[in-house]
Write a new protein. Structure first.
Length: 355
């Protein structure tokens, strides 16, 4: 069997949810969109049975959760995309976010005997989805009168929560507070909002990244929570050879050996979701020691400099990120954010529960 896989630590996932609860008394909507940030939608939801609700990006994801027996509230963070989804949402008691007039219009024409809860998305400054604050009273009145809607809430999303002392975030918090409608629950904070902005916690928080043990804040910032990585991307050395001074390694001969040195081949590549482009130096862990990635990353393999681990042998385990090597660090070297690395893992990569 090909040795690349992602191990998933259920204990760490539950620990991170407990860390969220230590930071806030708000209710917790665990965000599991994009296949649970690459960890597996159903596995994450079942492991986080203590969450008060789940947040997904599509009806398809919500139905997969219901089919797996998830009974909690499931929020459709972008609501519905077409009118045909409405009867299914009502039947399955999903909770759509209503962010646009075209959705109100579709709801007016719906036919169903069922009802659901809904969130009204308010644009407090992100300028992506949501109604203008000035439109909200009219939207709220219409939805209150709708035969399909029970409980309502106001949801907004922070644009710059990971920045310390961002004036934008303060304005967003104030804008949502000014809108408060009696009986409406309110939700604003993503992971960065939970970690940095207690004033943004409101009634419901919506952690994604931090549940997976990854911080949205700069690595230089003091971590307000003790998060543990849930995923460790693992493979093995499938070849170890001594190369000669001047040997060029891999496609394009992009790396040239400055001396005689051991070079290892790791059985993982961009076909698994490991990044191909790096700005800074990336490394992996072999026998707990760092080995720099050298040359170009291939689809199924990559090469590492084993001078720092001269006793390395074929079959040794290699950690690409996770335990002992934060994915935040790999993301920084790749000039991206940890979100894209986790979500970018491909389907062929097996996920297995274990530490
Ligand atoms: C993805 C998402 C979140 C979670 O964001 P993190 O930064 O991963 O915590 C919260 N709210 C909404 C609306 C989202 O789309």
């Amino acid at each position: 069997m090909r040795p690349a896989y992602a191990s998933l630590d259920a204990r760490a996932l539950r620990h991170n949810l407990a860390q969220v609860r230590e930071l806030t008394s708000a209710r917790v909507m665990a965000i599991v969109k994009a296949n649970g940030y690459g960890h597996g939608l159903v596995w994450v939801a079942k492991t986080l049975e203590g969450a008060d609700a789940f947040g997904v990006a599509s009806l398809e994801e919500a139905l997969e959760l219901r089919a797996a027996g998830i009974r909690q509230e499931i929020c459709l963070l972008e609501g519905f995309f077409e009118a045909a989804e409405i009867p299914v949402i009502l039947r399955e008691r999903l909770t759509p976010v209503i962010h646009d007039h075209h959705q109100l219009e579709a709801l007016r024409g719906a036919q169903s005997d069922h009802r659901c809860d809904a969130w009204i998305k308010v644009d407090t400054g992100m300028h992506r989805l949501g109604f203008d604050p000035a439109e909200v009273p009219a939207v709220a009145a219409e939805l209150k009168a709708s035969p399909f809607v029970d409980r309502l809430g106001l949801m907004s999303h922070l644009a710059s929560a990971e920045e310390d002392a961002s004036p934008v975030t303060l304005l967003q918090i104030e804008a949502l507070e000014r809108l408060s409608i009696p009986g409406f629950r309110r939700s604003l904070a993503n992971s960065a909002g939970i970690m940095r902005w207690p004033a943004a916690h409101a009634d419901w928080v919506r952690p994604g990244l931090m549940l997976y043990g990854v911080s949205p804040l700069d690595r230089s910032d003091a971590a307000p929570a003790r998060l543990q990585p849930v995923m460790t991307l693992r493979s093995r050395l499938i070849s170890v050879r001594r190369r000669k001074q001047g040997d060029a390694i891999g496609y394009g001969g992009a790396y040239r050996c400055s001396e005689d040195m051991p070079v290892g081949v790791v059985g993982v590549g961009y076909g698994d979701g490991y990044p191909r482009e790096f700005r800074g130096a990336a490394s992996v862990l072999v026998q707990g020691r760092r080995a720099p990635v050298i040359g170009r990353v291939s689809m199924d393999m990559l090469t590492v400099d084993l001078r720092g681990v001269p006793q390395a042998r074929v079959g040794d385990e290699v950690i690409l990120w996770g335990a002992g090597l934060p994915v935040e660090e790999v993301a920084e070297a790749a000039g991206t954010i940890p979100y894209t690395l986790l979500c970018g893992l491909t389907q062929r990569l097996p996920r297995r529960e274990g530490p």
